[in-house]
Design a protein around this ligand. Structure first.
Ligand code: AMP
Length: 466
């Protein structure tokens, strides 16, 4: 199928040609005609399949007629993270060059004032994370009764991050007569229920998962004898140094590990920077831009921070340990070997990781070769033990401090902060002070690289009552 056949307007076809696309991807070929004919769509697809354009392109065509009113957006896209929301916004800008549509991005870390000004003027497209959207609605800054089209992007990520109640709440604020598009990489029962509740006879479109298309990726396992952080850091360094790495992502399971690994790599002369949800938004954006532009070689990331980010194909993926969920492994290695290019992935596996690793091997249904850079085994033998502070025991301690990947829900934190009365704040401060004393010795080291302001992250010590 060609783009001419999917039913898009001339202006959009021009934008698509300018973007350099010669033909629609399978999800685009199937979704665009259905969206244009006003049908609800459930798209089972993940990032890298072209799913963003599959809803942005027809949405622009549908919105081309009609005008927005103050505080009443005509369409709404909900995305789980700020980066994903920002990415959808970039897509609107790219494909909407020949249209005069207005757009607002409602994400945490951006001042309420600027967002409010835009909303007041009236927008055709509102792209938001759930927390910030509900905030603005509850502040009376927004009316959702004019929404003709709703897109729920990366629904399974929303589920992981605990956003489903927020999505249900938002859906109930929208007019019942609207078009609803839902995209998700997987269809767990909670998402299927959401679709059944808020969609009307949707067309179901499923495109293949990267696990079936990752033949261009060579996967390796680095067997480690012990669960020791120093050994892991040495191993990851030596593996990186043994390959000709142009750009790569080092994935860690915990935010505290992301910080430590990025710091260690930087200390040893590597060009690396961390990205996870506790880092200030400005720093995250800056780091991602650098990585995209080729100014940063190694991105050290958590799964949630990296999920869905449109990062051009990387040559190498390194796993500090296997992820707790084998689907995440597929997402991680799917960052390399895209569009027929070759890529390599390396995973450190110690005896304690074997159970997780077995699940990964079962999931990818491929045999994975062992790899040991020259001299690494001897170097690891010679390492002094880290005093029994195995990654597992340290991980357990850090778990409390790490607040798990779910704390990427910083939008929600902002939301509750905004709602608190001064009384509540005092109560919270005294609670915070107790916690901060307990946590202080567990705080992860400062992130490697420049710290850009405090952003929306207020350190616990600043919240102590006087
Ligand atoms: P997505 O799955 O939306 O994250 O898109 C992944 C990447 O595919 C993005 O960099 C898009 O610019 C690119 N892309 C989207 N549609 C097409 C297409 N029809 N042909 C080639 N690349 C595309």
């Amino acid at each position: 199928m060609t783009f001419d056949e999917v039913g898009l307007s001339e202006e959009l076809l021009k934008a698509v040609t300018a973007a350099g696309y010669s033909e629609p991807t399978p999800i685009q070929a199937q979704a665009i005609p259905s969206v244009l004919s006003m049908r609800d769509v459930t798209g089972i697809a993940q990032t890298g399949t072209g799913k963003t354009a599959a809803f942005v392109l027809p949405m622009i065509d549908r919105l081309a007629q009609g005008r927005s009113k103050a505080r009443m957006p005509r369409s709404l896209v909900i995305a789980p993270t700020r980066e994903l929301a920002a990415q959808v916004a970039e897509n609107f800008e790219k494909y909407g060059v020949n249209h005069k549509l207005t757009m607002a991005l409602l994400i945490g870390g951006v001042s309420f004032g600027d967002q409010d000004k835009l909303l007041m003027q009236g927008v055709d497209v509102l792209i938001a994370t759930p927390g910030r959207l509900i905030d603005q609605f509850e502040r009376g800054k927004l009316l959702l009764t004019g929404v003709e089209m709703l897109v729920i992007d990366e629904a399974d990520r929303m589920l992981d991050m605990g956003f489903i109640p927020d999505i249900e709440k938002i859906c109930k604020l929208l007019p019942p007569r609207r078009q609803t598009l839902l995209f998700s990489a997987t269809m767990p029962p909670e998402i299927a229920r959401l679709a059944a509740q808020f969609q009307n006879d949707p067309k179901r479109i499923e495109v293949s998962r990267p696990a079936q298309t990752a033949d261009t990726i060579t996967q390796y396992k680095i067997p480690l004898k012990s669960n020791d952080h120093k050994a892991r850091r040495t191993a990851i360094r030596r593996v990186i140094e043994s390959r000709d790495v142009t750009n790569g992502i080092v994935f860690c399971n915990r935010k505290s590990e992301v910080d430590i690994v990025a710091k260690s790599l930087t200390k040893h002369g590597h060009d690396a920077a961390p990205i996870h949800g506790d880092l200030p938004q400005a720093y995250r954006t800056q780091t991602l831009d650098k990585f995209r532009n080729g100014e940063l070689k190694l991105l050290v990331a958590s799964d949630v921070a990296a999920r869905g980010l449109d990062i051009p194909a990387v040559g190498h993926v390194f796993n500090y340990s296997p992820p707790p969920n084998s689907d995440d492994y597929v997402h991680r290695i799917g960052r390399t070997g895209r569009a027929g290019r070759t890529g390599e992935s390396f995973t450190l596996v110690c005896p304690e990781d074997e159970k997780l690793w077995d699940a990964v091997v079962k999931r990818v249904q491929k045999s994975v070769e062992d790899f040991m850079p020259e001299g690494l085994a001897e170097e690891l033998e010679a390492l002094p033990s880290d005093g029994g502070r195995s990654s597992r025991s340290r991980g357990r301690r850090n778990d409390r401090n790490d607040r798990s990947e779910r704390s990427e829900r910083s939008d929600r934190t902002e939301k509750s902060a905004a709602r608190e009365s001064s009384n509540d704040k005092e109560k919270k401060q005294s609670r915070g002070s107790k916690k901060s004393r307990g946590d202080s010795e567990l705080l992860p080291p400062a992130p490697a690289g420049p710290v850009v302001g405090l952003g929306d992250h207020v350190p616990a010590f600043l919240q102590r009552p006087i």
